[in-house]
Design a binder for this molecule. Structure first.
Ligand SMILES: [Zn+2]
Length: 488
């Protein structure tokens, strides 16, 4: 077989803080890494900047939080590629001015035989994007006809801006590939999986409405259905159980407004059309560029989102798919996820009741619900999810499971289960509901090794060490090296 890809997600700050050659030395020696996912552009702390403030700094890099981190494009922005979009050549990160991540890292990586990918984070919820000129003209629209904070995939200027970044990267740099990331679940998934505010339920902009009419979807009925579904969501979230129960009442809405389902599919296909466009544009600029997608953690937790993200279909416009299988943080994350859905679609049940049934639907076997925060998911979860993806794409593209190396488990204190998700908290992952004094599961060197071996047992062609080097301890990275040595 071809060499297994062992990729590391890493942001600009790590190279600036620690030096390009020393960082690559550590990746190769400790982690057996042979590929880089270079985080640019990114406006999220999940992939950019140093450790999340409030979490322990790892044993390398600057021992100080970058509290005023903003994010953006860490490469040189070449304005000639940004024609046809009123957003223009926006996006250069304010950090490390004059320092170009590709110019600095690619020659050194190439000399070592390491592949380099641009790791592109849409970061639709990041406040900085709304500060750029004209971005507020590309917003989604909610069920009440009001612009919402995130950007619509069907807005030509927003699509073109993303395709401009792709063209810029493909033509300006000697990259091996692009990995594109958009962590958004769509309106119906949001409504089902927890309490939400109206701005999270989208998109009814003129472009989406026109697309819907092309498909024969009744726009007025869809908006009406989503307004009623929002009322249902608010009622159930408040603890007021509908007479026939939360689930039956919701199902009745689906029967009365099949447009609810049609609009969710319209939303997902609009997102996937941007994937197709990125794929085609990247290949047109540089045939040999490998293009793929990050599929976020919701695919492990939500049977509804899982149904949306069909690997068979995705394999038609992918060279690879990075499937998130973060097994350690999955414990606390799924604990909260189950809590949330028990304040929405499954409000007729308690989390302890809903959890075993959800595991069955998801084809998983994990520890009892109350042990999730302190235990996490098993390495076997990584194998199962990898096997499912490998079978789904049926050899048409590679599967690179994302492996959890020290992803913080403590939820942000500001997000609680009793606070509905607004439009800027749209991933539906993370959140509160875990007691502040709970002992939370931690990554171990042995656990990382086991997860990587499980991914390859499941048939993966590679793995992506996630989410960013600046949050990983060196001993945890050594778990990847242990796995690579055992495989060779
Ligand atoms: Zn729209």
């Amino acid at each position: 077989m071809t060499e297994r890809l062992i990729a590391m997600q890493v942001g600009a700050v790590s190279f600036v803080d620690e030096g390009v050659a020393p960082v690559l030395d550590i990746f190769q020696e400790r982690g057996g890494v042979n590929a880089l996912f270079l985080a640019t552009p990114t406006w999220t702390r999940g992939t950019g900047g140093r450790q999340l403030p409030g979490h322990p700094l790892p044993d390398h890099g600057a021992q100080e939080y970058d509290l005023d981190w903003v994010g953006g494009n860490y490469a040189t922005v070449h304005p000639e590629y940004y024609g046809g979009t009123m957003l223009g050549p926006a996006g250069r990160a304010p950090e490390h001015p004059g320092w170009d991540i590709f110019a600095e890292v690619l020659p050194e990586a190439k000399a070592r035989g390491m592949q380099s990918f641009a790791w592109i984070e849409e970061s639709s919820y990041a406040p900085e994007l709304r500060r750029y000129p004209n971005f507020p003209k590309c917003l989604e629209v909610d069920a009440w006809g009001r612009p919402a904070p995130r950007f619509c995939f069907n807005t030509p200027d927003y699509r073109t801006w993303h395709l401009s970044i792709v063209e810029d990267y493909a033509k300006s740099y000697d990259l091996d590939g692009l990995a594109w990331c958009s962590e958004r679940p769509g309106p119906l998934n949001m409504l089902m999986q927890g309490p939400v505010l109206p701005g999270a339920i989208t998109c009814f902009c003129p472009y989406c409405q026109a697309t819907a009419r092309d498909r024969g979807i009744d726009v007025r009925r869809a908006q009406e259905g989503y307004r009623k579904a929002l009322d249902w969501n608010a009622q159930v979230a408040s603890g007021d159980r509908p007479r026939d129960g939360a689930f039956v009442t919701f199902w009745r809405l689906l029967l009365q407004y099949p447009e609810l389902l049609a609009w969710q599919t319209l939303w997902t296909e609009s997102q996937h059309q941007l994937y197709r466009d990125i794929y085609g544009v990247a290949k047109a600029c540089k045939t040999e560029l490998q293009v793929g997608w990050h599929v976020y953690h919701n695919i492990s937790f939500s049977p509804f989102y899982r149904a949306d993200q069909d690997y068979e279909e995705m394999s038609r416009f992918s060279d690879f798919i990075k499937v998130v299988t973060y097994n350690n943080c999955a414990g606390p994350r799924f604990y909260t996820w189950v809590e949330n859905i028990c304040h929405s679609l499954f409000a007729d049940a308690t989390p302890t009741e809903a959890y075993p049934f959800l595991l069955k639907l998801l084809q998983l076997e994990e520890v009892p619900y109350e042990k999730l925060p302190s235990t996490g998911f098993s390495a076997d979860y990584v194998r199962r999810e990898t096997e499912r993806a490998v079978a789904g794409v049926d050899g048409r593209c590679h599967i690179y499971p994302g492996i959890d190396l020290d992803i913080p488990t403590r939820p942000r204190a500001s997000v609680r289960r009793d606070k509905p998700v607004d439009a800027l908290g749209t991933t539906g992952i993370g959140g509160g509901g875990i007691p502040d004094d709970a002992e939370l599961t931690q990554c171990t060197r042995e656990g990382v090794k086991a997860a990587i071996l499980a991914a390859f047992t499941g048939g993966a062609q590679g793995v992506v060490l996630s989410r960013k080097y600046s949050e990983m301890r060196l001993d945890i990275l050594a778990g990847a090296g242990d796995a690579v040595r055992e495989l060779s």
